[in-house]
Design a protein around this ligand. Structure first.
Ligand SMILES: Nc1ncnc2c1ncn2[C@@H]1O[C@H](COP(=O)(O)OP(=O)(O)OP(=O)(O)O)[C@@H](O)[C@H]1O
Length: 681
């Protein structure tokens, strides 16, 4: 039976229209969302009319599973939890006429880049005049769409660091028309080939709902309650999407301004502060007791936030009371750090009655954790990784998915090129010639036979066999994957000789498992692309509400801080809290960036329930302290290291060998006592 305190109960039973629950880390925001959904269903709201929106599919499915655990299965069966993107994708699929995007293919970041490169290669756009990397143009476009600012403002912020002066104005006026042409060209290519990028998903739905009364009417029948987690990280585009729901449903949002860590995607934590002004008929409630961590962990977290020039008004106090002081581990290098962590985990597992899942390891980047993963493999500590590259973005998976894509959308030129050039012997030029022929006929007439008729020899036979494997199993996606894999296996092994057996081959049973949950090719391609990830170290982890793992393995989680939102664990290691990492040396451009970095660290620290171990390398500390360049006219920014002024009493310092203190020595040096060590007689 779930326990709720008075404030949580008030939120759960909220009778008004819209609510924002603004509360600190570990105060039970997520728990309250679970309680709210369960309460609504118990009071007669149909589960399918409740939409839960979260930042990762993992947390969406966790919330849904928790609701199902307290409500009779049949009543909660249709409860839907998803990310904003995945929700929009479902809406587009479920209402093909309303949104007019049936048969569109969702493209990922790599494909977007290919398309933007094509746009830049087009002579009419005058790309040569600007010399801005295609990826940068995409980032700028996406930033502008997510923050809903105009092109001039986006150029100013992204390319000129927000500078306002006449020289900058002139330069902006020079690049703006070229960027406009390039973005228009990119958009045109997308429309011609029936592609949607990630931002389009939200825009297609948001535009329709904001402009079209009938669309709002239709969706008002489909939804009564929208429950949003991590509201502090929603950006203006997501607000734009939610705005029409103010009138057709009730919004129940939870958030913590001190945990906002997505400004690079256009989120602005100050948004939650204006909730009441923006959302008519809304109220704000607060929760202030932390149920997760012991007071010592909160003291350190509170201290970090108090050092910020931003006033968060958030001093967390622990419902659970006192516990152990956080530890700072000063290691000489990464392997020492990794071995210390592995040994502690093994010891606690052996002697302390802990499970592997009681440990959470947090890092700024997945890359930094490679030595740790190596040590875990060697010592046979099971682990999963969260964050990093997505499953369907791996090259070998994309090779296979390309064939699904062309069958789902024959205008998908990026996928055609990947498919054709996959076959040994077909280069880009030959592939473009074939593509030209393919696109010149009615898409309905494209078949395996047609392909082998235009592509001579064994290459054509291969292309046909791949095509037929999928097209003859269109209605059984799992079977299509296994048949196609049978056909492609040999060539895949040839293409990736280095790590085929050890790494890539093992992904195909997972792909089949994933495919089994989708009834159409289109759904498989888009849903799968949105948010699935794989575990390193030979184990696989698929995030996603569609995947049900019957067997829950006991493993340590190694996560990036950004993917650790909402997670908690008995023992947390926060890696490499060293100078130049917190804040990251890439983020020293402005105080806003530094403050976002502070919140990243704050999120990491507040994941721990009982033990918090912060690691750092002594080399980086020494370098920091001997670096006199740091003290320059921009003192404020360059001298930032979050733990620089950490009060001694908040933590215990350790080295991997034991205590941090120097070994005890005599007060005064003795005279050296040297003798020959043998007898001269
Ligand atoms: N009333 C309560 N009684 C007992 N435990 C509670 C209560 N409320 C919350 N908890 C526990 O506190 C922990 C934190 O809760 P939850 O994850 O919901 O917080 P949160 O506010 O979403 O945290 P964060 O924003 O830091 O991710 C969980 O282990 C939860 O079970």
């Amino acid at each position: 039976m779930e326990q709720y305190n008075k404030e949580q109960k008030e939120a759960i039973n909220f009778k008004g229209k819209h609510l924002l629950l603004l509360a600190g880390a570990g105060t039970g925001k997520t728990k309250t969302i679970v309680g709210r959904a369960a309460h609504l269903i118990e009071s007669g709201v149909l589960a399918e009319k409740i939409q839960i929106l979260t930042f990762t599919k993992r947390s969406a499915s966790e919330i849904v599973e928790r609701v199902k655990a307290v409500i009779p299965e049949k009543n909660a069966q249709a409860l839907n939890g998803s990310t904003f993107h995945s929700w929009c994708n479902q809406l587009i699929t479920n209402f093909p006429n309303l949104f007019g995007a049936a048969n569109f293919t969702l493209i990922d970041a790599d494909d977007q880049l290919s398309l933007m490169k094509m746009a830049c290669g087009n002579k009419n756009t005058g790309y040569g005049k600007v010399r801005i990397k295609p990826q940068k143009i995409l980032d700028l476009f996406s930033f502008a769409r997510n923050t809903r600012i105009n092109l001039t403002a986006a150029i100013r912020m992204q390319l000129f660091k927000g500078k306002v002066d006449s020289e900058t104005d002139e330069e902006i006026e020079e690049v703006r028309p070229v960027l406009e042409l390039l973005i228009r060209e990119y958009q045109k290519l997308k429309i011609e080939q029936k592609y949607l990028d990630y931002d389009d998903l939200l825009l297609v739905v948001g535009n329709r709902l904001n402009k079209d009364e009938e669309a709002r009417k239709i969706l008002s029948k489909a939804y009564e309650h929208i429950l949003v987690d991590e509201m502090q990280d929603t950006n203006p585009l997501q607000w734009f999407l939610l705005a029409p729901f103010e009138n057709i449903a009730k919004l129940f949002c939870v958030g913590d301004d001190a945990q906002s860590i997505y400004s690079f995607r256009g989120a602005d934590f100050k948004n939650v502060h204006s909730f009441k002004e923006r959302v008519v008929n809304s109220e704000i409630k607060k929760l202030d007791k932390n149920y997760r961590s012991t007071q010592e962990i909160l003291d350190l977290s509170n201290w970090l936030l108090e050092k910020s020039p931003i006033i968060y008004n958030k001093k967390l106090s622990s419902h659970r009371g006192a516990g152990k002081k956080p530890v700072i581990l000063n290691a000489t290098n990464q392997f020492e750090e990794a071995n210390y962590i592995a040994e502690k985990i093994l010891k606690d597992f052996r002697d302390g009655g802990k499970r592997f899942s009681d440990f959470l390891i947090l890092s700024r980047s997945q890359y930094y954790t490679k030595p740790l993963q190596a040590v875990f493999l060697q010592k046979k500590i099971p682990y999963e990784t969260y964050g990093g590259r997505k499953f369907l973005e791996a090259a070998h998976i994309k090779d296979v998915v390309a064939i699904f894509r062309v069958i789902n959308n024959p205008l998908d030129q990026i996928a055609w090129m990947r498919y054709l050039t996959f076959v040994h012997g077909i280069g880009e030029v030959r592939a473009s010639n074939y593509l030209h022929k393919i696109l010149s006929i009615d898409p309905e007439d494209i078949t395996g036979d047609f392909l082998s008729s235009i592509i001579p020899g064994p290459e054509g036979e291969k292309i046909k066999s791949y095509y037929d494997a999928v097209s003859s199993n269109k209605h059984n996606v799992k079977q299509a994957v296994s048949k196609l894999y049978e056909e492609m296996e040999f060539d895949l092994a040839l293409k990736y000789p280095k790590d085929w057996i050890e790494k890539r081959k093992g992904d195909f049973p997972v792909l089949e498992m994933l495919a089994a949950h989708y009834s159409t090719l289109g759904e498989f391609i888009t849903e799968g692309i949105l948010d699935n990830s794989t575990g390193l170290g030979g184990t696989h982890m698929l995030e996603g509400s569609k995947i049900k793992t019957t067997e829950k393995r006991d493993h340590v989680i190694i996560s990036t801080v950004h993917s650790a939102k909402g997670l908690e664990a008995d023992v947390c290691f926060v890696l490499n809290v060293s100078p130049k990492t917190y804040p990251s040396s890439y983020s020293l451009g402005s105080n806003e960036e530094i403050e976002e970095e502070r919140r990243v660290l704050y999120v990491a620290l507040t994941r721990a329930k009982n033990e918090l171990i912060i690691t750092r390398t002594t080399d980086s500390l020494n370098a920091y302290h001997s670096d006199t360049d740091r003290v320059d006219e921009n003192m404020d920014i360059n001298s930032a290291y979050f733990l620089e002024e950490l009060p001694e009493n908040l933590v215990v310092q350790e080295t991997p060998q034991g205590g941090y203190r120097k070994p005890r020595d005599t007060e005064k040096p003795n005279n050296i006592d040297l003798d020959f060590g043998f007898d001269f007689s």
